[in-house]
Design a protein around this ligand. Structure first.
Ligand SMILES: NC(=O)c1ccc[n+]([C@@H]2O[C@H](COP(=O)([O-])OP(=O)(O)OC[C@H]3O[C@@H](n4cnc5c(N)ncnc54)[C@H](OP(=O)(O)O)[C@@H]3O)[C@@H](O)[C@H]2O)c1
Length: 300
């Protein structure tokens, strides 16, 4: 596994393990197995949030990483939606059945908890959220604490600027991130917020890193998912991809992701063993910057 230097944290794996589905789409047992496999593959960077896995991801991740020196990013600003206990019980029974019969998926969607809820990103909430995350994760300090999709007002709030400085000075976190757009990151810097890390989406279809400042540590996500990059790239004829030097759409997006963020961490959801193997392999070779123009020229 290639490593990158994250100042104040150390050498960290270029591939990060995304925990958004840990405890929801992915059961605790399967998640623990995937985290063990990720550690074996050399991944030392894990990305989580209080809202992930319907509110269960931080505890599962903390248990799985106990006794390791793996680095953790968590966030504040979103918490899991409310969950009806009866629906939760039915959902747990139905999940393996639906895995075998995908046509039943719409039924299970109705059993999902409400959407994640926003918390006000004020100074008190930030501090309480971090302390609660530390407790669930079983840690006394974290690599990165991120403001989860903050607004312009949030990053300009003087009390928020003060508390983020304090949390770092108290040694609870090494770095402060904006998990959001580069525009909000720029506004945060201008307002004096001590953000030194930008976490944002980056793919050929959504280039969040394009305007990232050169001195920020960058974490990118949405290589395949949310914005539908993999589905979009699959519309390109396979022979055109092959002619451009990419065996398939997924490997094109992976090569592109590491080339676009050569000195930072690329996050991926890697629960399927085949996905972990492919993602770890792509993170083990030097970034190939020719992939940027090779892929972009196919899309114009
Ligand atoms: N605001 C934020 O800070 C923010 C926003 C979005 C995401 N994130 C973080 O980024 C992590 C990743 O989320 P994402 O949205 O970027 O998802 P993603 O990594 O693009 O994954 C989306 C889907 O692609 C699949 N996949 C993974 N590797 C693959 C491969 N080599 N070939 C084909 N398919 C593959 C995954 O499957 P399996 O998982 O089943 O293997 C998953 O179902 C999240 O877990 C979260 O930690 C942060």
């Amino acid at each position: 596994m290639r490593t990158v230097d994250c100042p104040g944290v150390g050498a960290v794996s270029a591939l990060g393990f995304g925990c958004a589905s840990l405890g929801s789409r992915i059961s605790e047992k399967a998640g623990r197995a995937a985290i063990d496999a990720a550690l074996d593959a050399g991944i030392t960077w894990f990305d989580v949030a209080p809202s992930y896995g319907d509110g269960k991801a931080e505890r599962i991740l903390g248990d799985a990483l106990r006794g390791t020196t793996a680095h953790i990013v968590t966030k504040a600003g979103l918490i899991a939606g409310r969950r009806n206990p009866l629906k939760a019980a039915i959902g747990a029974v139905a999940r393996p059945i639906v895995a075998a019969i995908p046509a039943l998926r719409p039924l299970v969607k109705k059993l999902r908890p409400d959407a994640a809820r926003r918390l006000p990103l004020d100074a008190e909430t930030l501090r309480i959220s971090l302390l609660q995350s530390l407790e669930r994760l079983g840690r006394t300090e974290l690599a990165v604490f991120a403001l989860h999709e903050p607004s312009l007002d949030d990053v300009r709030n003087e009390a928020v600027i003060r508390v983020t400085n304090d949390l770092r000075a108290e040694g609870l976190v090494a770095r402060i991130a904006i998990a959001g757009s580069p525009e909000i990151f720029a506004a945060a810097l201008k307002a004096g917020l001590p953000a030194d890390t930008l976490q944002t989406a980056h793919s050929p279809f959504d280039k969040g890193l394009a305007s990232a400042p050169a001195d920020a540590f960058t974490i990118s996500h949405s290589v395949f998912g949310v914005a539908g990059a993999l589905d979009k790239l699959k519309r390109v004829a396979p022979d055109r991809l092959t002619a451009a030097g990419f065996p398939d759409a997924a490997s094109a997006l992976l090569t592109y992701a590491f080339a676009a963020n050569p000195n930072g961490v690329v996050l991926a959801s890697s629960y399927a063993p085949g996905h972990l193997a492919a993602n770890a392999q792509a993170a083990s070779v030097p970034p190939d910057t020719t992939a940027l123009s090779r892929l972009e020229s196919l899309l114009t």
